[in-house]
Design a binder for this molecule. Structure first.
Ligand SMILES: *Cc1c(COP(=O)(O)O)cnc(C)c1O
Length: 238
C-alpha cells in the first residue's frame, strides 16, 4: 500500500459518504467518518491526519497504545471499537475519547470510575447484538433502555448512542433491513434520554445502506487503508 493510494482511497470514501447522504436527502456533515486504523501504522494515521482526518478507531489495546503514544502531539480523537474486557478498562478510560462497544453495566461502571479526573467524560455507545449471534459482543435489544437508564448517574461516562455490527449481508436491500432495526432502537433511546446523538453503524462494505438508515458515524477500515494482513484478520474480525 503506497501513501498515494491511501490518499486516493480516502477521497473515494469521502465521496461515497457524500453521495450516500445526498441520495437520501441528508447533509454530508450529518455523518462522521471514523477511520479504522487497526493493524495499520502510526505513519498511516499521520498521513490521514495531514488530509484533515481526526477520528481514528482501534480494537486492540496492545496495537493501539504505541500509536496513541507516538502521535500524542497530534490532535487526534481515539475511538475504542473492540470487545472490552474488564482488565482493559483502565487504559481505555485513560487513552481514548470514545468507547463504542460497551455492553455491560460493569464495564461502563469501571470506565466511569477509572476515567482520570480533569478529563471530559468518556463518550460511550452501547453495542447491540442485532442478529442475536451467539458468541458475539453486544447486549440484547430488549435490555437497551434499562441499561441506558442505569448508566445515567455515572459521572465519568456520557452515553451518546448505540453501535451495531450486523451480520454481513450482500446487497443494499438486505443490508438496509438490519440497519433500520437499529434505527428504530436509536430513536426509542432518543425519546427516553437526553444527549443521544450517535448511531454508529456502517463499514467498508455497507456504509451506503447504513447512511440510508440514519447512521451518524461510519467506521471504515479496509476501504481507506487496504486489506489487513491475514494473520491479524483471523484474530480480530470475529
Ligand atoms: C474492523 C472494524 C471495522 C472496519 O471494518 P472494514 O470492513 O475494514 O471497513 C468497523 N467496525 C469494527 C467494530 C471493526 O472491528
Amino acid at each position: 500500500m503506497t501513501s498515494t493510494s491511501v490518499v486516493s482511497d480516502y477521497q473515494v470514501v469521502l465521496d461515497r459518504i457524500r453521495l450516500a447522504t445526498q441520495q437520501v436527502g441528508r447533509k454530508p456533515a450529518s455523518v462522521r467518518l471514523l477511520a479504522v486504523s487497526k493493524t495499520h501504522t502510526a505513519a498511516a494515521v499521520a498521513r490521514l491526519y495531514a488530509l484533515g482526518q481526526r477520528a481514528f478507531g482501534e480494537n486492540y489495546l496492545q496495537d493501539a497504545l504505541p500509536k496513541i503514544t507516538e502521535l500524542i502531539d497530534l490532535e487526534l480523537e481515539w475511538h475504542f471499537i473492540g470487545h472490552i474486557q474488564s482488565n482493559k478498562t483502565r487504559e481505555i478510560a485513560k487513552y481514548f475519547h470514545w468507547a463504542h462497544s460497551v455492553d455491560r453495566f460493569k464495564i461502563a461502571s469501571r470506565l466511569s470510575q477509572q476515567r482520570p479526573s480533569g478529563m471530559d467524560p468518556l463518550n460511550i455507545c452501547l453495542q447491540i447484538n442485532l442478529d442475536h449471534e451467539s458468541g458475539k459482543s453486544g447486549l440484547d435489544s430488549t435490555q437497551l433502555i434499562a441499561l441506558a437508564q442505569r448508566l445515567q448517574p455515572l459521572s465519568g461516562v456520557r452515553l451518546r448512542g448505540i453501535m451495531v455490527i450486523p451480520k454481513p449481508r450482500k446487497g443494499f436491500e438486505q443490508q438496509l433491513g438490519g440497519f433500520q432495526r437499529a434505527q428504530v432502537l436509536f430513536h426509542r433511546l432518543q425519546r427516553e434520554l437526553p444527549g443521544i446523538d450517535t448511531l454508529s453503524m456502517g463499514m467498508s462494505g455497507d456504509l451506503e445502506a447504513a447512511i440510508a438508515a440514519g447512521s451518524t458515524l461510519v467506521r471504515v477500515g479496509t476501504a481507506i487503508f487496504g486489506q489487513r494482513s491475514l494473520k491479524m484478520r483471523s484474530t480480530i474480525d470475529v
